[in-house]
Design a protein around this ligand. Structure first.
Ligand code: G6P
Length: 612
């Protein structure tokens, strides 16, 4: 949450900063601000989106070739102009932008108030910049040293950039717990929360590690110090990211583009891992940990949001195919509930962004207890990718729409490969069954492509239910996580209250809600508990609920019962989530568009949740 971008070099900073902010807006969009240094330190900020900031600065002098900008997702203090970043120090000689939370801000704030500092905002960030100023003046040290000393007093998470009026050739950036990337161009540097604002200028980047401070000087080499004052050699990496991957490519929204990318993203997540001819699965990233997984007493999957839903599919897959006990934990609960974790456990953390604070904390907890921790992550170089012992990347490509779509199916594809790999090594599946699953898995990208052709049909259904106030999603077995994910998508982007339920549990509560106004989306694909789901549909019909059924092609039985049906290609039961999720994503998308909701930036949400 919160996006940071900064620039120093020969060009005008403003256009680079604004373009960067737009690319980072998925991280937060309740207020935005920027700071330019051109003899004076000028700060502009306002409530609202990056476009509002653009309007706000319209008639101002925005020249300068050093600057920084911020798009905010409020934690401390309501989203208004005063709380927007950048924040000045008391004498207005320093400015800061910050992503994260300073947990001991209250204690630091009262200490500074006793020393005569006045606070204009409710943010934790303002505390930090006053503290830096106080140290700089009283200890008569350089800017970087003042930042370093201040960071030693801070508890919490931060990615910060600091600019000083008296140092027009220098930017100081630092991170702990919140991501920060430095891009190295020709005589110029870029700093950002992720690589997307940097990619069009350079592909040489340094991902800062926790407690590292980057000292970035015009026409000089990048210098990295730790907060404990050790010098580090910058590890320059080549970015493998294309510009087209982060643009809308003709679609109205990133979400729609990402839904339509799924045949490719699922394929990419399996490429080089599923070997049809040889009849095997390989996952290079965790090869050294295969034995550990096979001997694990249990696997604990930890994640948040949509990634947690993928984890639930993973539990069904691994227990079903490889017969290894699996637990799925919300990272936020897991980290605080004193869980039993042993050295014989393997923890798998799933995260699209690789930056989710609770998942990171769960990883540290598990590592501290001696468990092996593996990651399933979409962002190379992210904090989670680096904090885990090993892992498998989902190659979904950058996901920019706040509601996760292609990352989910890529995670499920990787978990399917993992379950198959473990099953093969453990010998828990007859070879013919294993091979059949492998062949079927290889056809999934095509079947997803076919499913996407149902877009118009889904849109018609969306039109009928766009004014619903509630919706229920039901599924059993592998389709239960699909129901959860379908409901989450709808509520996230259309603000319609929606619940996902195991179909049989409906009669223990949600059935009380059903009346003729209530759309009930049932995933009723053949196999598994198909007959039982039909009974659940009957129960809804008996109470006049409206059934939207996701069924297999040619299923006349459910088609005759349902008010609307969406016919998806038939596949193996264990692979249904990869296909059945698609129409539910489309349904949420169209309903949200029809309700005039901001699909890519739903209210109050952020894509990368770097606060707990
Ligand atoms: C936020 C996003 C969700 C995402 C969740 C977990 O809530 O809006 O789309 O599923 O965080 O994020 P992660 O990056 O760890 O998968």
């Amino acid at each position: 949450m919160c996006g940071i971008v900064a620039y120093i070099g020969p060009r005008e900073a403003y256009p680079i900063l604004m373009k960067g902010l737009r690319r980072l807006e998925y991280r937060g969009y309740d207020s935005a601000g920027l700071c330019l240094l051109n003899s004076d330190l000028k700060v502009f900020k306002c409530k609202g989106k990056v476009s509002d900031l653009e309007d706000h600065v319209k008639d101002s002098d925005i020249s300068g070739n050093i600057g920084m900008a911020h798009t905010r997702w409020a934690t401390h203090g309501e989203p208004n102009q005063i709380n927007a970043h950048p924040h000045f120090s008391q004498n207005k000689s320093l400015a800061i932008i910050h992503n994260g939370i300073i947990e001991n801000y209250a204690a630091l704030r009262s200490e500074l108030m006793n020393r005569g500092y006045a606070f204009t905002s409710d943010t934790d960030t303002e505390v930090l910049i006053h503290l830096i100023e106080d140290i700089k003046i009283n200890e008569k040290v350089s800017l970087q040293e003042a930042v370093r000393i201040a960071l030693n007093q801070v508890i919490g998470a931060y990615a910060i950039v600091v600019i000083s009026k008296s140092s027009p050739d220098k930017i100081i950036a630092a991170r702990k717990g919140s991501p920060l990337v430095v891009g190295i161009g020709k005589n110029e540097f870029f700093v950002a929360s992720d690589a997307t604002p940097i990619i069009e200028y350079t592909d040489n980047v340094v991902f800062l590690n926790d407690e590292e401070i980057a000292i970035i000087r015009r026409n000089d080499e990048l210098k990295i110090l730790t907060v404990k004052n050790q010098e580090k050699t910058p590890y320059i990496q080549k970015l493998e990211l294309s510009l087209s991957a982060i643009e809308k490519g003709g679609y109205d929204h990133f979400m729609l583009k990402e839904i339509f990318e799924q045949p490719r993203s699922i394929h990419d997540s399996m490429r080089g891992r599923l070997h049809l001819e040889q009849g095997l699965v390989t996952l290079g990233g965790i090869r050294d940990y295969e034995q550990k997984l096979l001997n694990a007493k249990r696997i604990i999957i930890t994640a948040c949001g949509t990634s947690w839903h993928a984890g639930l599919v993973g539990e069904y897959l691994i227990e079903d195919l490889a017969r290894i006990p699996v637990e799925v934990e919300y990272s936020s609960e897991f980290r605080y509930r004193n869980p039993i974790i042993t050295e014989e456990d393997v923890v798998i953390a799933i995260s699209q962004s690789g930056e989710t604070a609770d998942t990171l904390a769960a990883i540290e907890l598990a590592k501290g207890k001696g468990a092996t921790v593996l990651g399933i992550c979409n962002v190379v170089g992210s904090s989670i990718a680096r904090a885990t012992h090993a892992g498998v990347f989902t190659h979904a490509g950058p996901e920019i729409g706040v509601a996760s779509t292609k990352a989910f199916t890529a995670q499920v594809a990787v978990l399917t490969l993992l379950a198959l790999l473990l099953a093969q090594k453990k010998g828990t599946l007859p070879t013919s069954h294993f091979r059949r699953l492998l062949v079927e898995l290889s056809t999934i990208p095509d079947k997803v492509e076919q499913t996407l052709k149902l877009n118009d049909k889904v849109k018609e259904i969306a039109d009928i239910y766009m004014n619903a106030t509630n919706a229920l999603y039901l599924g059993r077995g592998y389709n239960f996580p699909v129901a959860l994910e379908g409901a989450l998508k709808l509520k996230e982007i259309s603000y319609i209250h929606a619940e996902g339920y195991p179909a049989a549990e409906m009669k223990h509560g949600p059935i009380a809600l059903i009346d003729e106004q209530m759309p009930v989306c049932v995933i009723a694909t053949r196999r598994g508990t198909y007959e039982k789901v039909i009974s659940n549909i009957q129960e809804v019909k008996a109470r006049k609920g409206k059934i939207i059924a996701i069924i297999n092609e040619g299923d006349e039985t459910v088609k005759n019962l349902a008010d609307h049906s969406i016919e998806i290609p038939e596949t193996e039961e264990i692979l249904v989530p990869l296909i059945a999720t698609i129409p539910l994503q489309l349904l949420s998308y169209h309903i949200a568009v029809m309700r005039n909701c901001n699909v890519d930036q739903p209210r109050n949400l952020a894509k990368s949740v770097t606060v707990e």
